[in-house]
Design a protein around this ligand. Structure first.
Ligand SMILES: [Zn+2]
Ligand SMILES: [Zn+2]
Length: 432
């Protein structure tokens, strides 16, 4: 079933026993998408458009012109800057100035930050938002969360996903190459994420759904087969990548969490981002970090698959862990300890269960296509593992392998490695 048919069904009573919901009602990636926007907004005659110095000339002007020509009143919150917009109190206050009593929709023209800001503002006024995407850079388009910087902190506010996600193929095809590579990396990380989801279904209490699983897997395969054409900026291939990113986001909305798209590879990437923000150190755009991290997790995965289950031993040492957490996370170490204590992460010895279910677990580890395959695909998207190693250094990469799992309470390959006694050993011995 194509995604538009799925979306038009509304809430889905699924055979997995759950009801799946998504706020997004339309996903439209097409040529000359502008002329179709007034039709999508049927009956709406007053909107507010958010754009910045990059996205307004790229396609914001055309959006506004088309809406005005169709007799729709347009107010505009234009951020006159080309550097990355920070979605903080100042940005919210500025955009709020242009929301009128008659405004019925907030239209964001851009990608991550502008989408977040549009979702945030729209929710405050109980009206829907639309995103006119300008770059296929990550899978958060259909996410209900708005990532904001409030009181100086990065926080995810629960809002509503955009009701309409639209993108013009020609605009996407002209996006900066690193944003396109980032979109590819975010999707290629799904080999790892899907395998980890199955692990979590077996070893923790994560709900599984075949329909959602297949949605993500289909988009992953579509991207893997298309990398050459995407990198050549073929508009159809880039349009398809944009659809894939949006569909994965819709799958996450159906699941009610980021689980189907985010496993050990995302934890590792979060570690780099967290340390980068905290210590003012460089880090890659999200999807590029995910791409590199998915090579790391694939190396660990395949190594574990070859071990003898008789050797598995849960040998977690709390004193050593506490010291290491302090070393890696500094003043946020206490928060991490509290989080893991609350989750009772270290009180469960799963090693016997893992031994007894090894055949099943090994099959899950074996389902991913292997290090060589993933490296090859990422190489086609100009990923070079040496750039990754040069940027972070092996010490930081080893720390990420060892302690990224502690940032959250999500069961992934990294926790499986700790449960079997291999996490530190593999981190120490990691070669890239
Ligand atoms: Zn389901
Ligand atoms: Zn991601």
């Amino acid at each position: 079933m194509d995604v538009q048919t799925l979306l038009s069904k509304g809430d889905i009573q699924c055979h997995c026993g759950r009801t799946h919901h998504c706020d997004t009602k339309t996903l439209l990636v097409a040529d000359n998408v502008y002329c179709r926007i007034p039709n999508l907004l049927e009956g709406i005659n007053h909107v507010m458009v958010i754009s910045d110095g990059n996205t307004r000339p790229l396609c914001g002007e055309k959006v506004i012109e088309t809406l005005t020509d169709a007799g729709i009143t347009v107010d505009e919150a234009y951020f006159d800057q080309t550097e990355v917009l920070v979605p903080d109190e100042k940005a919210i206050a500025y955009a709020e100035r242009f929301v009128k009593e008659k405004t019925r929709v907030i239209i964001g023209v851009g990608s991550g930050v502008i989408n977040d800001l549009s979702k945030y503002i729209a929710f405050e006024h109980s009206i829907p938002s639309m995103i006119v995407a300008t770059a296929p850079s990550m899978d958060g388009f259909a996410s209900a969360g708005a990532v904001m910087f409030l009181k100086g902190l990065k926080v995810t506010c629960q809002r509503k996903a955009p009701r309409w996600i639209v993108a013009d193929k020609a605009v996407l095809a002209n996006a900066p190459i690193d944003m396109i590579r980032s979109g590819i990396g975010d999707i290629m990380g799904k080999y790892s994420a899907l395998s980890d989801w199955k692990l979590a279904y077996l070893l923790s209490e994560e709900p599984m759904c075949d329909m959602i699983y297949e949605m993500v897997e289909t988009e992953l395969n579509a991207c893997a087969e298309n990398i050459d054409a995407i990198m050549r900026r073929n508009p159809s291939a880039i349009g398809r990548l944009m659809e894939s990113l949006a569909i994965v986001g819709i799958a996450l909305a159906y699941q009610g969490s980021s689980r189907p798209a985010s496993g050990s590879e995302h934890l590792i990437s979060h570690y780099f981002e967290l340390q980068g923000v905290k210590n003012h150190e460089p880090y890659f755009p999200h999807g590029i970090d995910v791409g590199y991290a998915s090579i790391v997790s694939e190396i660990l995965r395949k190594r574990l698959a070859d071990e003898n289950p008789d050797d598995f031993q849960f040998d977690f040492n709390k004193t050593h862990w506490t010291e290491e957490i302090k070393r890696c996370f500094g003043d946020t170490a206490d928060e991490i300890e509290t989080l893991q204590a609350k989750n009772k992460t270290f009180e469960i010895d799963r090693s016997t269960y893992i031994r007894n279910h090894w055949k099943e677990i090994k099959a899950i580890l074996d389902q991913t296509p292997g290090v060589e395959f993933i490296c090859g695909k990422l190489k086609d998207a100009d990923y070079d593992i040496h750039t990754f190693v040069d940027t972070y250094g092996m010490n930081k990469i080893r720390d990420a392998v060892c302690y990224a799992t502690d940032i959250k309470t999500r069961y992934t390959l990294l926790q499986l490695l700790r449960d079997t006694g291999y996490l530190e050993k593999y981190a120490k011995e990691l070669k890239l």
